[in-house]
Design a protein around this ligand. Structure first.
Ligand code: PLP
Length: 373
């Protein structure tokens, strides 16, 4: 059987949570979503968490409340395309900054060079779960009055100098997609300490309707009256992913610790191979180890070699400025051009087994020997 790159970790507790919520008769936006939001906000140490149906929705709503129409938004090309589509959804303009060679994270020096009078926001992605240089990005945002938006889709549970990823910028956008560290199938959340923005996001996630169908009062007596205050979206979370999310949240630190242990094992096992580089971790940061991404000049050959031996690998990502629709965006990214060709994501998930790990390492070593590296 092929070893996958990602695999969610589910057990009896998640199955039971789904059974219970289905048996309860309320599977829409309801009490489980509210409980998940409360516990997720408490876990992160942030005032508001708003449950959504995807990370893409979180990014979109962050851009809406940041009011970016017509503005330039500095962003990274090395991300899933949602990050940059969200900028376009609101009629803003993505401007690409380059990435750092060692981490593939957005380079603060390059960000500085992209700032113009039209720049109003800056989006950073914690690539693979390794934190960006947040001190530098925060300083830039402060100096130039920019809204800092964290795409924390890869960063659930990771920390930068003791602060949880997603809580450092004005808005933190999370994905709970099937392969993420906290996986609910599909799902997402936006987190913020901004009370007014949180209230507006709550409306916008449910078509602009002025109150939720569920609240502690209305579960007893359903009140049918509501107003619609602006054009919102159908982006809310529902109680099935929320119930899974509650179990996954309770297990998150333990699952992330298992990811970290595998990452250390990779570091040790691959240390002697001069033809590849293990991922670099910035000082005073704690990645959540969403991905283990190596760099090598032999990326494509290694990918094919491992596939033949039953080991899946991935490439995260094709730089977004290679896509037809992003080609015209401003911002040359020469480091990204070099780095992305070397990136290869190895299998990493909490339930990886010793046997899988042995197969992966043996195959990587065999590749080096076969190539005379
Ligand atoms: C960096 C990044 N941003 C945004 C997203 C979008 O999240 P979702 O798939 O939940 O919409 C993803 C993953 O899918 C991602 O990896």
């Amino acid at each position: 059987m092929t070893i996958p790159v990602f695999r969610p970790s589910y057990g009896e507790a998640e199955f039971q949570a789904v059974r219970e919520v289905m048996a309860s008769g309320w599977v829409g936006l309801g009490p489980k979503t509210a409980e998940f939001e409360k516990k997720f906000a408490a876990y992160l140490g942030v005032r508001h968490a708003i449950g959504l149906n995807s990370g893409t929705a979180a990014l979109h709503l962050a851009m809406v409340v940041a009011d970016l129409k017509g503005a330039e938004v500095i962003t990274t090309p090395l991300t899933f395309v949602s990050t940059n589509h969200a900028i376009l959804y609101v009629g803003a303009k993505p401007v690409f900054a380059d990435v750092e060679e060692a981490t593939a994270n957005i380079d603060p020096e390059s960000v500085r060079k992209r700032i113009t009078k039209k720049t109003r926001a800056l989006v950073c992605v914690h690539y693979g779960g390794r934190p960006c240089k947040m001190d530098a990005l925060e300083a830039i945002a402060r100096e130039h009055n920019l809204i800092l938006i964290e795409d924390a889709a890869h960063g659930c549970g990771g920390e930068h100098r003791g602060r949880k990823l997603g809580t450092i910028g004005r808005f933190g956008c999370f994905s709970f997609h099937a392969v993420k560290n906290l996986a609910t199938g599909e799902g997402g959340a936006i987190v913020t300490n901004d009370d007014a923005a949180a209230e507006r996001i709550r409306k916008l996630r449910w078509l602009g309707i002025s109150k939720d169908t569920w609240s502690r009062e209305t579960i007893v007596k359903y009140s049918w009256y509501y107003d619609v205050e602006e054009v919102g979206f159908k982006y809310h979370m529902n109680d099935i992913p929320a119930a899974i999310g509650l179990v996954q949240l309770a297990r998150l630190d333990e699952m992330n610790a298992r990811r970290e242990a595998w990452a250390r094992r990779y570091d040790e096992a691959l240390a002697g191979l001069s033809w590849l580089q293990c991922p670099l971790v910035e000082p005073d940061t704690r990645p959540d180890w969403h991905n283990y991404v190596i760099q090598t000049d032999h990326r494509d050959d290694l990918n094919a070699f491992l596939a033949e031996r039953g080991v899946s690998t991935g490439v995260h990502y094709i730089p977004n400025n290679h896509y037809v629709m992003y080609k015209k965006c401003r911002g040359k990214t020469p480091v990204c051009e070099r780095v992305w060709k070397r990136l290869l994501t190895l299998p990493l998930f909490p339930d990886l087994t010793e046997q899988d790990f042995g197969t992966i390492i043996a195959a990587i070593r065999e590749f080096g020997q076969a190539k005379g590296l």
